[in-house]
Design a protein around this ligand. Structure first.
Ligand SMILES: Cc1cc2nc3c(=O)[nH]c(=O)nc-3n(C[C@H](O)[C@H](O)[C@H](O)COP(=O)(O)OP(=O)(O)OC[C@H]3O[C@@H](n4cnc5c(N)ncnc54)[C@H](O)[C@@H]3O)c2cc1C
Length: 387
């Protein structure tokens, strides 16, 4: 497997049929928003709808690139990109299936056993099986290799003890992929880590809610205290957890959700400016639109890398960092150009005022989730050989 350079973004062209797929997805979203009455939300993780995810699964739009034997459609990563960007641009309620389809499924496809694939992938593709990410711990976020959760072998499997934190949707999802230490920390800090499947509904764990700045319950603390799991829950090879988790993070960081979480605000800005012309404002919005196109081209290029089986970890770090910077600037320009009072209590979810109010409270988290700017930049620096 080759690793593409951090600034090497070869152009990718959407395949035949992508335009038709885009039209189908748009029509589905428009119809679903009317029948199910959902309003566009800025943040892809803020609206959990099992109904919507199931409906997408029925269309065959989840696990689009996976083998048909596991519920997939054997279509290209570029077509998946089209589905993904349409869902994000519409602010659709995608939180239920998002993590499972984006990274847990691909991880299992690559490293899981045949039995794990058969057990879990069809449910993800059907929009019915949802996953959490069990990486961060109270004292280990950026420095993931310092995690202290440990898994020890028992006669029948593993006993796991430790605390995970910021675990999005662990209170509603069925599964979590947990990173644990299976050998004491050594000189090689990345050695001795392994990944496990934790059954969030049936294993002996405690899930404690953590409320975010909006007052919403999305995060959790997940406590494992000598929690017993069977041997067949190990994912991949014992001790190869770091290598596996790095591959997983590339999926997590590279998608269009890293620059489209403020898209609805930008959209409203463009609409607003049509009637309220102001030269400086238009220039600022025009610059944002140009940057959005550049980011989209880069992200599409990463979909092309995934399609060719390349590892886009460096490019993913570039997109994550540049995308988060862009999202911040969208909100800053919005505050200057369209200075309407953000109003959470207006009762009109999806209006510019409520979008902005939510955005102010969520924006700080966008750079944290999936890895902070400092960490992205240190990955890029290392990739460029300057660190
Ligand atoms: C909305 C949201 C959802 C999340 N969901 C999940 C989830 O589902 N599962 C999960 O496992 N985690 C999740 N996280 C956690 C997320 O991955 C961590 O917050 C992130 O990795 C940062 O870790 P930390 O919070 O411990 O901060 P720290 O690592 O303590 O960092 C604090 C500050 O120090 C800086 N810093 C740290 N180390 C260095 C360094 N070496 N050089 C320079 N600066 C440094 C950081 O950039 C940051 O600014 C989520 C976070 C958010 C905000």
């Amino acid at each position: 497997m080759s690793t593409s350079g951090a600034f090497d973004f070869p152009p990718a062209t959407l395949p035949d049929g992508a335009a038709r797929l885009r039209g189908d997805v748009r029509a589905f979203i428009a119809a679903s928003s009317v029948t199910d009455g959902w309003q566009p939300r800025s943040n892809f993780m803020s609206s959990f709808s099992a109904e919507f995810s199931r409906a997408l699964g029925q269309q065959g739009w989840l696990g689009l690139t996976w083998p048909k034997a596991y519920g997939g459609q054997e279509r290209s990563a570029l077509e998946r990109f089209v589905v993904t960007e349409e869902l994000l641009a519409a602010g659709a309620p995608v939180a239920a299936h998002w993590v499972a389809e984006r990274q847990s499924g691909p991880l299992l496809l690559r490293y899981g056993t045949e039995a794990q694939k058969q057990l879990l992938l069809p449910g993800i593709a059907a929009g019915e099986t949802y996953f959490s990410i069990g990486m961060s711990e109270p004292d280990s976020g950026s420095d993931l290799a310092s995690i202290r959760t440990r898994a020890e072998r028992t006669d029948n499997g593993w006993s796991i003890t430790g605390t995970k934190v910021w675990t999005s949707n662990a209170h509603v999802n069925q599964w979590m992929i947990l990173l644990a230490r299976t050998a004491p920390q050594s000189k090689d800090r990345h050695a001795g880590l392994s990944q496990f499947l934790v059954d969030l509904k049936n294993d002996a764990i405690t899930v404690n809610p953590i409320h975010n700045m909006l007052g919403h319950h999305e995060f959790n603390e997940v406590v494992l205290d000598e929690t017993l799991i069977p041997a067949d829950r190990l994912i991949g090879e014992e001790g190869q957890g770091w290598h596996q988790v790095t591959a997983e993070l590339a999926y997590e960081r590279s998608g269009p959700e890293r620059f489209l979480s403020t898209y609805r605000v930008l959209f409203e800005l463009v609409q607003g400016q049509q009637s309220n012309a102001d030269a400086a404002g238009k220039r600022a919005i025009g610059k944002l639109a140009a940057r959005l196109m550049a980011l989209r081209t880069m992200s599409l290029s990463i979909a092309g890398m995934l399609e060719r089986g390349e590892n886009p970890d460096l490019a993913a770090a570039v997109i994550k960092d540049a995308g988060n910077t862009f999202e911040r600037e969208v909100v800053e320009v919005a505050r200057q150009v369209m200075p309407l009072e953000p109003a959470r209590e207006a009762g009109n979810v999806g209006t510019y005022e409520t979008l902005m109010a939510e955005m102010m409270l969520q924006l700080p988290s966008y750079t944290l989730r999936g890895g902070t700017p400092e960490i992205m930049r240190s990955i890029i620096a290392r990739g460029l050989g300057v660190r």
